[in-house]
Design a protein around this ligand. Structure first.
Ligand code: SF4
Ligand code: SF4
Length: 444
């Protein structure tokens, strides 16, 4: 096993500090049966035990017992390579809470491991930009000009793009086509329901999504209004902290959670609606994340109990808006944070199946991540690409006209991977498809 030496095995000092180390009780719930191995994307790629859920739990245990003495590159790499997709949790018959284990391990790594300069710089850059919708809003202008002027095309045509470091190339290739700069900030704080209000909901706009995927938020608001939801859409809302939670930036994640709770406080809402799977699974964890915070623990628990994915809301509400026919073949991609982290397999499918004429195609390996996984495809571009190509192969074989998913990160990743194969496909959030059906739009 990497990272173990005879000297390491005699140390009894835990590698972790006392602030929420991976819980020993949770670690012991793993009975090493190996049922999770075929469900793990990194194990599928490399067949390395230490890049499987069981191997990672073994490493956590060894580190906690002081059998590993340093948090060196090889130790950290096994955890960096984990996508946090939680496919292992769905597969595990013993109910091992791997999400809690990886979350606390990553926070320990962030506190104690000194990353290389370039790694620190790119992570710093990502976290200076992505969780800040107002900064992204300004950035959208030069990016829009870069695309509109033809400069981006020229970079690819001349091969100049290959002179950039791999992570910057990856960021560029994932950049969606911007219709206009400065999008995502035009909604009123209160939006009325059409007809008699049936629910009063808060709407989360997201940070990256708000600027780069305003079309998804616009579709969400139209569908909620058509289904009788009165909406509270606070313009001051920021990032929910999902990206920070995912990589172990604990303080940043908790601060974002507290701000989000304050933003929606005292509104007497039935639900808070989310249309990005990664954000949704993080919001539902607020009670756990803020469990030590005397001021916020209770508020966080109540907030989390009201959070619902948009597919859950549409399942709660029986449809009142007419669905028009959309005669087309759509490949459905499960986002890991809907399927595994939130255990929502049926709701997105059932709301799509209510559309007349829409043929939903299931993909093989639907439980396996596409490689997007928060900022994973930016910090681990090669692995993300290998998984993305595996997914794209299945999408191509489905011979569908569109690809549908419930998470903007997956849409970006699969769009890029299909383009790389020379088989571009239109990728849409399922709420856009429902919106099109309600509005009678047949050209997607
Ligand atoms: S979260 Fe995903 S990548 Fe990580 S160990 Fe579990 S299945 Fe493997
Ligand atoms: S399936 Fe669960 S109990 Fe079995 S090895 Fe994986 S994590 Fe451990």
């Amino acid at each position: 096993m990497d990272g173990l030496s005879p000297r390491d095995t005699v140390s009894l000092q835990s590698l972790f500090d006392s602030h929420h180390p991976p819980d020993d009780g949770l670690i012991r719930e793993c009975v090493h049966c190996g049922f999770c191995l075929p469900a793990c994307p990194t194990y599928l790629l490399w067949h390395e035990e230490m890049d499987s859920p069981r191997g990672r739990i073994y490493l956590m245990k060894a580190a906690a017992e002081g059998k590993i003495s340093t948090m060196d590159e090889s130790f950290v790499a096994h955890f960096d390579r984990c996508l946090g997709c939680m496919s292992c949790m769905t597969a595990c018959p013993s109910g091992v809470k791997y999400d809690k284990l990886i979350e606390s391990t990553r926070a320990q790594i962030e506190r104690h491991h000194h990353r290389g300069l370039w790694d620190r710089f790119t992570r710093w850059m990502i976290f200076q930009l992505f969780p800040h919708p107002r900064r992204l809003r300004w950035l959208s202008l030069p990016l829009w000009l870069y695309q509109r002027s033809g400069l981006q095309r020229l970079f690819y045509k001349t091969g100049l793009i290959r002179l950039l470091p791999k992570r910057l190339q990856q960021m560029d290739s994932l950049l969606p086509t911007l219709d206009a700069p400065f999008q995502g900030f035009s909604y009123g704080t209160r939006i009325a329901a059409q007809g008699t209000p049936r629910l009063k909901v808060g709407v989360l706009l997201g940070c990256v999504q708000r600027v780069f995927f305003d079309r998804i938020n616009a579709a969400t608001i139209r569908v909620l209004a058509a289904e009788g939801c009165e909406m509270f859409v606070p313009p001051s809302q920021g990032c929910c902290g999902a990206l920070a939670t995912h990589v172990g930036r604990e303080e940043q994640s908790l601060e974002a959670a507290r701000r989000m709770i304050d933003t929606f406080d005292r509104q007497d809402l039935d639900y808070i609606v989310v249309n990005a799977a990664g954000c949704g699974s993080n919001l539902k964890e607020y009670g756990y994340l803020l469990r030590d915070d005397a001021k916020y623990a209770e508020k966080a628990r109540i907030f989390a109990s009201k959070c619902r994915d948009i597919s859950e809301i549409l399942t709660i509400l029986s449809p009142q808006a007419e669905r028009h026919a959309l005669p087309m073949r759509a490949a459905f991609h499960d986002s890991c944070h809907l399927l595994h982290a939130q255990q929502l397999r049926t709701p997105p499918r059932s709301v799509l199946k209510a559309i007349p004429g829409l043929e939903l195609v299931e993909l093989p390996e639907s439980n396996i991540c596409c490689g997007s996984a928060g900022v994973y495809n930016l910090v681990e571009p090669e692995t993300a690409h290998d998984l993305g190509q595996r997914k794209a192969e299945h999408v191509a074989r489905a011979k569908a006209e569109i690809l549908v998913s419930g998470n903007p990160g997956c849409l970006l990743q699969i769009t890029k991977e299909m383009r790389d194969r020379g088989q571009p496909i239109r990728a849409l959030h399922f709420i856009e498809v429902i919106d099109a059906s309600i509005r009678g739009v047949t050209k997607l």
